[in-house]
Design a protein around this ligand. Sequence first.
Ligand SMILES: *Cc1c(COP(=O)(O)O)cnc(C)c1O
Length: 415
Amino acid sequence: MEPDWYAEGAAHVWRPYCQMKTAPAPLPVARTDGARLILEDGRELVDGIASWWTACHGYNHPHIRAAVEAQLAKAPHVMFGGLAHEPAYRLARRLADLLPGDLNRVFFAESGSVSVEIAMKMALQFWINRSVKGRTRFLAFRGGYHGDTLATMTVCDPEEGMHALFAGVMPSQVIADLPVDGPSEAALDRLLGEKAGEIAAILVEPRVQGAGGMLFHDDETLRVLRRLSDRHDVLLIFDEIFVGFGRTGDLFACEGAGVVPDIVTLSKALTGGTLPLSAAIASEEVFQAFWSDDPGAALMHGPTYMANPLACAAAGASLDLFEDGGWKADVARIEAGLIEGLGPLRRASVDVRVKGAIGVVEFPGTVEAGDLCRKFADEGVWIRPMGKVVYLTPPYVVSDAELAKLTGAMRKVLG
Ligand SMILES: *Cc1c(COP(=O)(O)O)cnc(C)c1O
């Protein structure tokens, strides 16, 4: 039996990323707990996706909940224009301490896409403020994904990136192959040699291109990008919205790779999956281009719910949990479990790959997601295929038994 809210609302809700006429009906969730979704009909599913990679500490973590409840009693929200509050100021300080180099200036927003837009705007205005003309485009990579808003659509993979329909609608960017070997590095070097005068920044998802297909690259690629950015004098933006907060085994990919970008974006796991929050964090050099007696040099941006105190309190509590440190062992444990549990699928697929708490099985073409979701739910797990890949990104608190249930369901349904 469906609950009444479900039938009554279904005619009015516009759902994400689906042809609603043909897509299977979504599963009604009653509550969440740890690594589990509890459905309205009482079924429990182990969550293999962690709600789009957000719920890194598991759902309803008591420490995060207590921090949000305490803040709710004090001040759920105040505008950030002209007012300051402790959760945001403490969080900015802690993020600056945790990030490498001089990534010291934290600009808060409410979603990942918006933080990428802000990073892009910072990069464009960095050059304008320095009176350098013509730096109006971005260089991004095939396989990349940076969001669904208009400007971020232009830096996604032009064919695979879900937004091919809009080709020609927005200004085109320079899209290149990631420099993963000598020839591709030389090609990118040449491309930058021709086009650097038009380019404000290079934009990349470090270590793992997520929504574009869970594609992995080595840290050497990131070092090459830093070198080429310096050589051709363009800014380097790391979009760590997916990989940030431990997903690849280091708290941040930039820190793990030993590469300091000029701007980094964070969101998804920033609040431990509790509330929407994002940040674009700039280096001192980028910030200095805005620091001036000229009001015209200021960054004119300020989302209404910027630095929402509840979200910042949740993020602070999430950082406490990262400081307690169990996550690193958990990610290593999950990595081992994924390698073992997904390995046998090598025979039934094009590729099986694992990095940190990310396990990926790739197929030759787009997989029929709706059908598979239902089969997975019948096995007691929530797994949602994406394009050519079926993947697991469980919460770090997933137990060994729950992880075995996830990989077992993958083997049973896909094997
Ligand atoms: C999810 C994601 C975004 C967009 O974040 P939203 O909060 O969905 O707007 C941008 N970049 C990367 C790498 C992402 O994974």
